[in-house]
Design a protein around this ligand. Structure first.
Ligand code: FAD
Length: 475
């Protein structure tokens, strides 16, 4: 009988438990969970703060899941260190814990830049339920909040706080909103949405200091440009990085994240890693890099768990995929989406754009060697799963690349090219039921590889709610 120790209790961890139990019903599973909650749907914390979703939607797994899978959770206990040779982890309660197989699924930690006075009351990060609760209890004392960073978490935080009737200013170092996923045109649409919602923003500047009053509470922020913004709370949302602190000097090789092979095994035999903490293969870059998104954490955890229990699953890779909605602005993007059209040629890429200014519908695809490498869909996000599938499949899209950004959405646009009547899929409940069958047969032969299940890449429903797991799965 083996002892599996899983450090972390979120999506990568619980998908590993599911996979282990498919192969090994007997061995011991111990989960380390510094947070006192059962696994929860982390992306929901901003919706809960906004008051859009009730807190009872938060659990991704409930106690019954652990009971049914005979997995023991040590709540309030984390991994502080690792001795890979002796095969034991050191716990935050001071005790060692030996293992036969270990999964490191300890996620990411919020990056906090060196800002003067950043430590102290009224300054928050926003990645956990506890962060959310702290912000929530501070909001009654606050009129105006500065959010540092216009990435996904910063924008969702800005929306949530604005919905709580507080004034919000977003400060972003780069010259666009959601800088890692949008180009400048797409950002300008997002900027207008913010203005309409009454949220101000400052682009191309950064916060260098937080001013505090005599009681130590935030009174404002000072920007690099010298400008000062009065505020009484600050949310720092400049990014999340792999949580590699606890495995420092353990012998497990780390770059920006933990390095893993295609079995999700680290450089130490029997020690696996998955989720936001790893740097796994990115099929677009053709190299390892951190891709901190929920569906990949799920898949990596499942593959790691299966292999820990003697399976032979391979991780084919992943790429960035974001579905973001704030203030009614809905954008789905994937892969190399942020490339500016004017920079495409020098990077050997092709960018096709269809921008309907009146309707604020923006469709952009980025192609390389006639393969889809990235896209942005704003306003009309129908069939985003298929665009994502085209990236996975590495399909040659040269025969219908213009249709990728046409008024019709794929695959409706593809059928008329074949001389066939366009099919209206909008009446069908879920595109995921159809998968690749939605393409005419003559197109399907152009696929060169397939994701194992198309739903693996669509982990969120249209409202951005997690649909994996017993508690939140679509009926
Ligand atoms: C506000 C917000 C919104 C998001 N929105 C989206 C979205 O819309 N779409 C999307 O795809 N992704 C989104 N993400 C990212 C997504 O939540 C993560 O990619 C996903 O949760 C990663 O899962 P994970 O299992 O790797 O780790 P995490 O969910 O980060 O969990 C890490 C686990 O490890 C535990 N842990 C931490 N330190 C230790 C330690 N030392 N020892 C043991 N355990 C430890 C934690 O308590 C936790 O249980 C969002 C994230 C945030 C914060």
């Amino acid at each position: 009988m083996n002892r599996y120790v899983i450090a972390g209790n979120s999506v990568a961890a619980v998908s590993a438990v599911e996979a282990i139990r498919k192969r090994d019903k007997e061995s011991e599973i111990i989960i380390l969970s510094p947070e006192k909650y059962t696994a929860y749907c982390r992306p929901l914390i901003t919706y809960i703060l906004a008051g859009d979703v009730s807190e009872d939607r938060l659990p991704y797994k409930r106690e019954a899941f652990y009971r049914q899978n005979n997995a023991k959770v040590l709540y309030g206990v984390g991994m502080e260190g690792l001795d890979a040779k002796e095969r034991r982890v050191y716990l935050t309660n001071g005790e060692p814990l030996s293992f036969d197989k270990l999964l490191i699924a300890i996620g990411g930690v919020p990056a906090v830049p060196p800002i003067e006075n950043v430590e102290g009351e009224g300054v928050f990060t926003f990645t956990t339920v506890e962060d959310m609760k702290k912000i929530e209890s501070y909001l009654p004392h606050v009129n105006k909040v500065v959010v540092i960073g216009a990435g996904m978490i910063g924008m969702k935080a800005a929306e949530a706080i604005a919905k709580r009737k507080k004034r919000v200013v977003v400060v972003e170092l780069l010259d666009k909103i959601l800088p890692l996923v949008l180009d400048k045109t797409a950002s300008s649409i997002a900027e207008r949405t913010l203005e309409k919602a009454g949220v101000s923003y400052v682009l191309g500047d950064s916060v260098v200091a937080i001013e505090r009053d005599k009681k130590g509470k935030p009174a404002g922020v000072v920007l690099k440009s010298g400008r000062r913004i009065v505020c009484d709370a600050v949310v720092v949302a400049v990014g999340v990085r792999p949580n590699i602190g606890p495995i420092k000097d353990s012998g497990v090789k780390v770059n920006r994240g933990i390095l893993v092979d295609d079995r999700m095994e680290t450089t130490q035999e029997g020690i696996f890693a998955a989720g936001d903490v790893v740097e796994a293969y990115d099929i677009i870059l053709g190299a390892n890099r951190p891709n901190l998104i929920w569906p990949l954490a799920y898949r990596q955890g499942f593959i790691a768990g299966s292999n820990m229990a003697g399976g032979r699953r391979r991780y084919v890779g992943g790429f960035p995929l974001n579905s973001i909605g704030f203030f009614g602005f809905q954008v789905i993007s994937a892969g190399l989406s942020a490339v500016e059209p004017e920079d495409a040629e020098k990077e050997d890429l092709e960018v096709l754009v269809n921008y309907d200014k009146d309707k604020e519908v923006y469709k952009k695809v980025v192609l390389g060697n006639n393969r889809l490498l990235g896209y942005i869909l704003i306003g009309d996000v129908r069939r985003a799963g298929l665009y994502t599938g085209l990236i996975w499949s590495k399909m040659d899209v040269s025969s219908f690349k213009k249709e990728l950004v046409s008024e019709l959405s794929l695959p409706e646009a593809v059928y008329p090219l074949e001389g066939k009547e366009a099919i209206d899929f909008s009446a069908r409940k879920s595109i995921r039921r159809f998968g690749w069958a939605v393409f005419p047969k003559s197109y399907r032969k152009l696929f060169t590889s397939f994701p194992s299940r198309i739903e693996e890449i669509c982990a969120f429903d249209e409202e951005g709610v997690c649909i994996y797991g017993d508690d939140n799965r679509e009926s």
